[in-house]
Design a protein around this ligand. Sequence first.
Ligand code: CMP
Length: 140
Amino acid sequence: AVERTLSIIKPDAVAKNVVGQIYARFEAAGLKVVAAKMKHLSRAEAEGFYAVHRERPFFKDLVDFMVSGPVMIQVLEGESAVLKNRELMGATDPKKADKGTIRADFADSIDANAVHGSDSAENAAIEVAYFFPSSEVYSR
Ligand code: CMP
């Protein structure tokens, strides 16, 4: 089925100037960018986005990292977009990510891991709505 997923290019990858290289991978896999913006998240925005992880030991480091610089936030649309994007990203820990994935090629650590992607269609709907009103998603 055609799905949407929320993708974030994290501060490390924006700083490395590889936004275009990552977009090219989305496009080559048949995923369309149907919404996008660059944003320097406030602490409250980052904490709200990652609220499900609030009790985890890595929460503070994760939020500190996510507010360390601007991110690129996009909605990707396509057949099986959630899974397709997760395959492109590779494992959360770049040391465990398969060769040729975004995290294997561009990430440095489990926090500075280049990209975020929704883990299910249900969470994708929540995450897309967190950053984009439906009037700013250009389904095509
Ligand atoms: P992301 O997909 O953005 O979702 C939560 C983030 O927490 C994850 O990527 C990692 O960058 C970060 N993180 C740090 N430590 C861990 C951990 N032990 N397990 C999962 N995620 C972690």
